[in-house]
Design a protein around this ligand. Structure first.
Ligand code: CUA
Length: 359
């Protein structure tokens, strides 16, 4: 008997135990401190989207309150009270005036929302006029390639842009459909094989600094979809010019020490997929390594470029990131992850020295 009462008390508490975490989860969405919060725009384009969202949201709030308020009022005002008999009520059907009102009002409202919505949609999809920086984006399973065609720069996963300037992305994919999404700068846009799509990014001046704006692939694209991330570093125009000048340089190929030994290994093992600017090796099946050490992360902006992480990666990349290198077909240009090459401890040390020299 005792047990039964305990159980029923517990089951009475159960809805509360479910409701509280749920409520906290919902409320946590209101936090402004989240790194990929599209309600915390960091540029004029995302601010336009945010403004439109807020307009529609508040209109919806007013309608929700009016409709639910009317409903609750009716439920309580006209409810059957204790001891009351069911009474016949006047049957009303087809009040023309009301019918007209609740047809026309929503129509006007929807038309009113359509005007700013369509304007924002057209504004966002228009090709920007005037000066801009072009970046070609290629989605790969599972990393992003960024090429600045006019500046002679190729890099991966970490996009560098100057503040308050228009950056125009022309995107495609090498394999399956990906989606480029940096919520604080713009909405999502798919990167589709065999097609070109575009996205404009403009970052506010106050986003300049060492802290990148974060983004990620937003279209399920296989095993490492969740690890297909993006970092956008925003610079002052001067710093950006400096970054470009540095990135446009060819690599300095080491000629002595462990880095030179690493270069020997690179030629045998890594050059089948990775390019190094200024060398004979220009395969772009995997991220360009010319200035690898200038990037803060690797593995599609998922892991900090620390010696420990890089060593673990060179031991067996699939330990860090879910990939499918067994299905690689270099001849067909299909790469589904870096294989475990069974590198020795000293080979790894030499490769780390080489990567470190690619500043
Ligand atoms: Cu690429 Cu998801």
């Amino acid at each position: 008997m005792e047990r039964w009462t305990n159980n029923s008390a517990a089951s009475r508490r159960r809805p509360l135990l479910v409701a509280i975490p749920l409520l906290l989860l919902v409320l946590s969405a209101c936090s402004q401190e989240l790194p990929q919060n599209s309600l915390d725009p960091a540029g004029p384009i995302s601010r336009d989207i945010d403004g439109l969202f807020r307009l529609v949201f508040w209109i919806a709030v007013v309608i929700f309150v009016l409709v639910q308020g009317g409903l609750l009022y009716s439920v309580f005002r006209f409810r059957m009270r204790k001891g009351e008999e069911l009474r016949p009520v006047a049957q009303v059907h087809g009040n023309t005036r009301l019918e007209v009102v609740w047809t026309i009002l929503p129509a006007i409202l929807l038309a009113g929302i359509a005007v700013p919505t369509l304007r924002t949609l057209f504004d966002l999809s228009a090709e920007p006029e005037g000066e801009r920086i072009d970046v070609n984006v290629v989605g790969h399973q599972w990393w992003w390639e960024f090429e600045y065609p006019e500046l002679g720069v190729v890099t991966a996963n970490e996009l560098h842009i100057p503040a308050e300037e228009t950056v125009y992305l022309t995107m495609t994919s090498d394999d399956v459909i990906h989606s480029f999404w940096v919520p604080k700068l713009n909405g999502k846009r798919d990167a589709v094989p065999g097609r070109e799509t575009n996205l404009t990014l403009i970052a506010d001046a106050d986003t300049v600094g060492d802290d990148p704006i974060l983004g990620q692939c937003a279209e399920f694209c296989g095993l490492a979809h969740a690890d297909m991330r993006i970092r956008v570093f925003v610079h002052t125009p001067e710093d950006f010019a400096e970054w470009v000048a540095q990135q446009a340089q060819p690599a300095v190929i080491p000629t002595e020490g462990p880095a030179a030994a690493g270069w020997e290994t690179f030629q045998v093992v890594c050059s089948a997929c990775h390019a190094v600017g200024g060398s004979d090796f220009q395969q772009r099946l995997a991220p360009d390594l010319t200035h690898f050490a200038s990037r803060t992360t690797f593995g599609s902006a998922t892991f900090e470029s620390t010696p420990e992480n890089l060593r673990a990666w060179l031991h067996n990349p699939s330990d860090l990131k879910p990939m499918d290198p067994d299905r690689n077909d270099i001849a067909a240009g299909r790469i589904l992850g870096m294989p475990n090459f069974g590198l020795s401890e000293s080979e790894i040390t030499e490769l780390l020295a080489l990567l470190e020299s690619f500043r």
